[in-house]
Write a protein that binds this ligand. Structure first.
Ligand code: FE2
Length: 295
């Protein structure tokens, strides 16, 4: 598969700050030579940016045209993610008044004590909330992460699907478990899944390459953190070696639209460069023939 260059349209949607342009303007060499702590101070502890996206889906029930979906991923509670950033992400998602909130994994980082932090920081999301797990959750305590999320009333799908009633019509969410840790089972996730309005959740973006033939028109993912420390050319080269072809933003993988969020937190480093934390607020649009006739 040809390598997909990092998609900077998410960066261009940044809030007008110089913080991203710093790494992209001519004279980049000079910018990169800035003191490391200066770069860190520009990117370290900022609150998540709201990224608004619209997706047109051929199978979306016209009733769901305009449906609002909040997407949060890679929370990584712990010392590399300030609690106020997680709380801010929850508040920004809720302010959107979403019909559906989806979570694509990595709630934990490296230690089981993250379960307590998750319990303290991540409750209260509005709308129907549906989640999948990520590689860090599997490495630390998948059962623990699942039970904390379920204690908030969030549904956790592990190679399963669920059909919700949104705006009075069925809407199916397919949740594929983590590919990095080889817990994914795509056929099981789609087994018996209702067609029509449908959304696929996966932690690892590469999962989208496995969706051919499953009528998955939109897949939301995380995992990459947008490179986390996203140095021009360097990070892309490293991610390519790791087979992470989808760094951040929109991609088309066969018939599937893939969106990769930069996520909220950090598992190792508290600071990010050129990859600010993100809350994604999505509006779904129907390409159903009835809608096309009405247009
Ligand atoms: Fe992550």
């Amino acid at each position: 598969m040809p390598f997909a260059a990092p998609n900077f349209d998410t960066v261009e949607a940044y809030d007008g700050s110089h913080k991203i342009a710093l790494m992209r303007l001519p004279g980049r060499r000079k910018s990169l030579a800035a003191p490391q702590n200066a770069l860190a101070s520009r990117s370290s502890f900022r609150m998540p940016i709201v990224e608004r996206r619209e997706f047109f889906l051929p199978d979306l029930d016209p009733v769901h045209d305009g449906l609002k979906v909040a997407h949060l991923t890679d929370i990584h509670v712990g010392r590399s993610t300030p609690a106020r950033r997680v709380l801010d992400a929850v508040a920004k998602a809720n302010l959107f008044a979403p019909d559906l909130t989806v979570l694509t994994g990595d709630y934990l980082s490296h230690h089981e004590r993250g379960l307590g932090l998750l319990r303290e920081q991540f409750s209260g999301l509005r709308g129907s909330v549906v989640a999948v797990l990520g590689n860090h959750d599997h490495w630390v305590d998948p059962g623990g992460a699942l039970s904390v999320l379920q204690s908030f009333g969030y549904a956790v799908l592990r190679n399963q699907n669920t059909t919700l009633s949104l705006r009075g019509a069925p809407f199916t969410v397919v949740g594929i478990d983590d590919l990095v840790t080889e817990n994914h089972d795509v056929p099981a996730a789609f087994a018996g899944a209702r067609e029509g309005s449908r959304l696929v959740l996966a932690h690892a973006p590469r999962t989208a390459e496995l969706l051919t033939g499953f009528r998955a028109s939109l897949c939301l993912a995380g995992h990459t953190h947008g490179g986390h420390v996203n140095l021009p050319k360097v990070t892309v080269a490293i991610m390519r070696r790791l087979r992470e072809h989808y760094l951040a933003g929109r991609f088309h993988v066969e018939d599937t639209q893939l969106y990769v969020s930069r996520g909220i937190g950090g598992a190792v480093m508290p600071f990010r460069i050129n990859a600010p934390p993100e809350v994604t607020l999505i509006t779904l649009r129907s390409l159903h023939p009835d809608m096309r006739r009405a247009a």
